[in-house]
Write a protein that binds this ligand. Structure first.
Ligand SMILES: [Ca+2]
Length: 440
């Protein structure tokens, strides 16, 4: 079963439920009963029962929108109000919202992505009621299912050079584009006519487009691409280094034209791959063996690349990604042979730092290592969540492969993305159109 279908079904269900019944138990999705103040604890999973002594019931909250499970999470709060009250996005429809990003150069503004192809900017204070259009490229974005405007990265020197990089899908045929845009008005807006398409990848199917992009601490641009879609990686792209599909890509955008290849990329020296494919291993590849790296980030203290790889049938996984690493898909799903029950060799493959099964979630959304100041107990933990179940977990940033995560909360949010403020505080972005701060 395809995770996208599950997510869309759940989202439609959630949308309907939020209109008529503000019930977290019914909005959980995935058939997993939510534990909250009004629930019978006998109706919960063994994992939840095991954590019973640590449960901090949400008594006294505005509403029982989430529960917390353990000592680490005892102080966790998830703001009831969205970051910006009653914010009306340019599109006016909350379902178009996908991600929120914040430029490192400017702590006064948030930038929110709408999947249809609009970037909205709004002031970083909780009394802001309106945003304005930073960029509108909806006419050139193919928005359907998992396709659309999917990622944004501000150049590390954005304050001076006004460069912003976007990841989106165009149509006929479906193609992922990594493009540079520039501002010519003091970074108030981006000029849609400034687009410079740096890299394109033909997408054989509509799902698993990856889409997240970030600059690493090395100043290079990292791009995640899914396996090309379908189910089970029918074309074998995950283990095919002659395809950018199923890979984490790293390129140098500070060259005279197009992009450069960092010399430490594993296949540096080979001819660049054209539209995602080549006759030899692609020099753009940083790591491979991925199914759909929907969201990834860098630990601002340790520099590590953390990634949530969406699973196929049984396992959602968290990877700490190193150059030249092979993260197993489609030989392995999480730390297990794929298909389930088959025999496989794990030689040369790197298993996840942590994983979780279908009883607690169905589509991982990678987050960030928390390096903020407000929530001291969480400092140094990688925080991630699940789009379908709304649960949020943490795992220590120095954890070895095969570690257990700690469940922080069980929310009714469709967690499309996490966002990290300039100050290191974390937010969750609900696909249904609200933004929530995590904090003590
Ligand atoms: Ca893997």
């Amino acid at each position: 079963m395809d995770s996208f279908v599950r997510r869309r079904m759940n989202n439609l269900l959630l949308s309907a439920l939020l209109v008529v019944i503000a019930s977290p138990a019914l909005a959980a999705g995935g058939g997993v009963p939510l534990l909250h103040a009004d629930n019978d604890i006998s109706n919960t999973s063994s994992l939840q029962r095991g954590a019973r002594n640590f449960v901090n019931y949400c008594m006294g909250c505005h509403s029982a929108k989430y529960v917390r499970y353990n000592r680490l999470a005892e102080d966790l709060q998830i703001s009831e109000d969205q970051l910006v009250n009653n914010l009306m996005f340019a599109g006016g429809k909350p379902h178009d919202r996908m991600e929120i990003a914040m430029t490192e150069a400017d702590a006064t503004r948030w930038f929110a992505l709408e999947q249809r192809g609009v970037v909205t900017v709004f002031a970083n204070n909780n009394t802001t009621a309106t945003g304005s259009t930073f960029l509108d490229i909806s006419a050139r974005v193919q928005f359907s299912g998992e396709a659309g405007l999917l990622g944004i990265a501000f150049h590390p020197d954005f304050a001076n050079n006004g460069e912003v990089f976007l990841s989106y899908t165009a149509d006929a045929p479906l193609t992922s584009r990594i493009s540079r845009f520039r501002s010519f008005d003091g970074n108030l807006t981006l000029d849609p006519n400034s687009e410079e398409i740096l890299l394109t990848v033909i997408q054989p199917r509509g799902n698993h487009n990856g889409g997240d992009i970030h600059f690493g601490p090395d100043g290079f641009l990292y791009v995640g691409f899914g396996d090309g879609g379908g189910a089970g990686d029918p074309d074998g792209n995950g283990q095919d280094m002659m395809s950018l599909l199923g890979s984490m890509v790293r390129i140098d955008v500070d060259v005279a034209a197009g992009y450069g290849i960092p010399v430490t990329n594993p296949f540096a020296g080979n001819a660049n791959c054209v539209q995602g494919f080549g006759a030899a291993s692609c020099p753009e590849i940083f790591a491979w063996g991925l199914r759909n790296p929907w969201r990834f980030s860098f630990d601002r203290t340790r520099g590590d690349l953390w990634l949530g790889d969406v699973g196929q049938s049984d396992w959602e996984e968290v990877d700490r990604v190193s150059v030249g690493g092979n993260y197993g898909w489609n030989t392995r799903e999480g730390a297990h042979c794929y298909p389930a029950g088959s025999a496989c060799s794990a030689v040369g493959l790197t298993d996840p730092i942590t994983e979780y099964g279908r009883s607690v979630g169905q589509s991982i959304t990678g987050g960030y290592v928390y390096r903020g100041l407000e929530y001291a107990d969480l400092r140094g933990y990688y925080v991630f969540g699940d789009f379908v179940s709304g649960r949020i977990w943490a795992v220590a940033a120095d954890s070895p492969i095969g570690s257990a995560s700690i469940e922080l909360a069980d929310t009714d949010h469709s967690i499309a993305a996490f966002a990290e403020g300039v100050n290191g505080e974390l937010y969750i972005v609900d696909y249904g159109g609200t933004i929530h701060k995590l904090g003590p």
